[in-house]
Design a binder for this molecule. Structure first.
Ligand code: FBP
Length: 268
């Protein structure tokens, strides 16, 4: 992937993820964020680079939020999994493009007993996506009977390497709180870009500190869900996150400035 595009500005990106209704169920939601229109609005007003959703959400809501670039997930599993996760493709690349996708996403469980099928499926998805001018994004989550430590740097780096060698343009991984380890993961991913998942909801300040640590270690950005749309100040956190990712601001300065801008907007 060369230079900037819809997803990257100066090599950096900020993605909002909202596939948790499928992966986890409405247990993640409250009365506001259960409504896709509310979260599409956050993607738009929080000025995210792109919004990652399942095909049905793109199909139902994209026309109301046409300025939000979409990443359409092509697979997904529910929370009714066992310890050997598998998630096969349910939507084609061509259909994703038809309903507005500029990139496609696929979760790959390296280490599952069905790993081989998922590797083949994602490799073919990369090929099709690139032929159609779309980016391919791998949610790389090593998990299953063969994986002893899902979050070790060795496991994360192996996952990143496999995804890059299959053709992923962007690889989404979890962060293990080891900035030095993340530098190694970024190295192993070569020209593919590493973005970091937000994880379950933490305090806004703790989340922003984690984000800054990842950016400083060489991550290209975040692909975050619950720490934005479960926050009671989602636009302030989104704007602070932008300052960290795109301007290299410290978490403290980013948050303070975002709060000041928000109160300035209210006075006007
Ligand atoms: P969060 O930022 O809310 O953690 O979302 C990141 C994400 O990758 C989602 O896109 C996905 O639904 C979820 O995590 C899957 O996580 P897990 O399989 O660990 O429950």
């Amino acid at each position: 992937m060369k230079g900037d595009n819809f997803l990257f500005k100066n090599g950096k990106t900020m993605i909002l993820a909202y596939d948790q209704g499928f992966e986890h169920g409405p247990i993640d939601f409250n009365i506001d964020n259960a409504d896709p229109a509310y979260v599409f609005g956050l993607a738009q007003n929080g000025v995210f680079s792109a919004f990652a959703v399942q095909a049905g959400l793109a199909h139902h809501y994209r026309k109301d939020f046409s300025s939000v670039p979409l990443i359409v997930k092509l697979n997904g599993k529910t929370r009714y999994e066992n310890n050997d996760p598998v998630s096969f493709q349910h939507t084609s690349v061509a259909y994703a493009k038809k309903i507005g996708a500029k990139a496609v996403g696929y979760t790959l469980y390296l280490g599952s007993s069905k790993e081989q099928e998922m590797l083949v499926e994602f490799g073919r998805i990369c090929e099709e996506a690139h032929k159609l001018g779309l980016l391919s994004i791998c949610w790389m989550y090593p998990r299953g009977p063969m994986v002893h430590d899902e979050l070790s740097t060795e496991t994360l780096a192996y996952g990143a390497r496999v995804a890059m060698e299959l053709g992923a343009d962007v690889i989404k991984i979890k962060y293990n709180n080891d900035p030095e380890g993340l530098k190694w993961v970024v190295k192993c991913a070569g020209k593919a870009k590493i973005v970091i998942a937000g994880g379950s909801k933490s305090g806004d300040e703790a989340f922003l500190k984690m984000a800054a640590a990842c950016i400083n270690a060489g991550a290209a950005g975040l692909a975050v869900g619950r720490n934005i749309w479960q926050s009671n100040k989602p636009l302030i956190v989104s704007r602070a996150l932008r300052k960290i990712i795109f301007e290299g601001a410290s978490p403290e300065d980013a948050y303070r400035t975002a709060v000041e801008e928000d109160s300035g907007n209210k006075v006007k």
